[in-house]
Design a protein around this ligand. Structure first.
Ligand code: SAM
Length: 375
């Protein structure tokens, strides 16, 4: 039997949807002063969803042509820009006008162009440009989204790029097969590490183990923030070797050690009282995540802490980032899914963790953080 609340909601939604789909109502809503701002905002949002792939390709062109770094020192004339972009006058102007509308560049009164607010923000974080460039693979993989959803798309480019996603024996991967994604992860790690470390103190911990720690950028940030900590890193052997080389290069080898192995099959190294999983869990399907969380629980002593940091599904104000962007990104990659804090909490509790808490981070769009403890 359906409850009254359910029936009331169903009636209201049916009425709302009938109205919103009605062209006469739509015309009225944009004409009537009180509903106009909302109606115009809704129309713009619908247009953005419809046209978003075009915006992304304009950004891609700007990154490929190195437009934003060229404007870093100040505005340039259109002739200078045409020369730098290697485009004719019409192509230059078309790109500049489109980039202006997206806030990437800004016209100057003398006819030249300078950086726009979004362009400046993007330039301040080189990790974004690296992301945009690698999106060329995702763009190709999403050309037929229905085939992808049906599992009929065949091998994907992202699946080959994230070589561990489809590999039955990821610990056998060679340096050349892990280098590209490891570089991309390193490029985008500094903001992530800062936000995690600002959200939780490691003052009372002795040793941190970063599982799936890549080439060691997060461990290096932890080392700088907390000089008393000993550090360990676990990743695939080919990636762990790169991390160990970083520790030696950066004078951290007396405090930090990298281990190579398969975190989905091997036991994790012992001795740490805090384990971090940074942008790792969302890459894997539920069964693998259950195994990984159980291994982390087994490796920690009583009172030990787990830090799980990654973009979370259902983040208020950033909903499309989770289920839309990561949902389809990970589908193209071939494993994993974005998870909500509630889903992760349930999985952590199932693995034996207690006191599971979501922490506030500076940029939840980029990094959500959940901590959990061993009783
Ligand atoms: C998305 S990257 C995140 C890297 C790093 N934590 C960061 O945030 O920059 C995932 C990492 O997990 C590692 N990884 C994937 N599968 C693994 C496995 N089965 N065993 C060990 N490491 C694995 C990858 O090599 C990669 O370094």
């Amino acid at each position: 039997m359906m409850s009254n609340a359910y029936q009331l909601r169903a009636k209201w939604l049916a009425l709302r949807n009938r109205l919103l789909a009605n062209p006469r109502f739509q015309r009225w809503a944009v004409d009537f002063p009180l509903t106009r701002p909302l109606a115009q905002r809704r129309a713009r949002e619908l247009f953005d969803v419809t046209a978003g792939f075009v915006y992304s390709q304009i950004l891609f062109a700007c990154v490929q042509l190195d437009l934003l770094p060229f404007l870093a020192a100040g505005p340039r004339s259109r002739d200078e820009l045409a020369l730098h972009l290697d485009l004719d006058e019409a192509g230059t102007l078309r790109l500049l006008k489109a980039a202006t509308s997206l806030g990437l560049v800004e016209p100057w009164p003398d006819g030249g162009y300078g950086l726009g607010a979004q362009g400046a923000a993007l330039l301040g974080n080189p990790g974004i440009a690296a992301m945009v460039e690698h999106h060329a693979m995702l763009y190709a993989d999403l050309a037929d989204p229905v085939a992808l959803l049906r599992g009929e798309g065949g091998p994907t480019r992202l699946g080959a790029y994230w070589s561990y996603a489809a590999s039955a024996e990821p610990d056998g991967l060679e340096a050349g097969e892990v280098a590209d994604y490891s570089r991309l992860m390193s490029a985008s790690q500094s903001l992530v590490a800062g936000d995690i470390l600002d959200a939780c103190s490691l003052q009372d911990r002795r040793c941190l183990l970063d599982v799936g720690g890549g080439e060691g950028r997060f461990v290096a940030s932890v080392a700088a923030r907390w000089p008393h900590l000993r550090l360990q890193l676990f990743d695939l052997p080919a990636v762990g070797a790169q991390a160990q080389a970083r520790f030696e290069r950066e004078g951290l080898a007396d405090r930090a050690q990298a281990f190579g192995g398969n975190m989905l099959a091997d036991a994790l190294p012992r001795g740490a009282d805090v384990i971090s999983l940074v942008r790792v869990v969302h890459d894997h399907d539920d069964a693998a995540v259950r195994r990984l969380l159980a291994a982390a629980h087994a490796a920690l002593p009583p009172g030990g802490t787990l830090l799980l940091a990654e973009p979370l599904a259902g983040t208020p104000g950033a909903e499309p980032m989770g289920e839309a962007y990561f949902g389809f990104y990970l589908l193209a990659m071939g494993s994993g899914r974005p998870r909500t804090p509630a889903e992760l909490t349930a999985m952590l509790e199932q693995a034996g963790f207690v006191r599971v808490r979501q922490r506030r981070t500076r940029r939840p769009l980029l990094t959500g953080l959940i901590t959990a403890e061993v009783a």
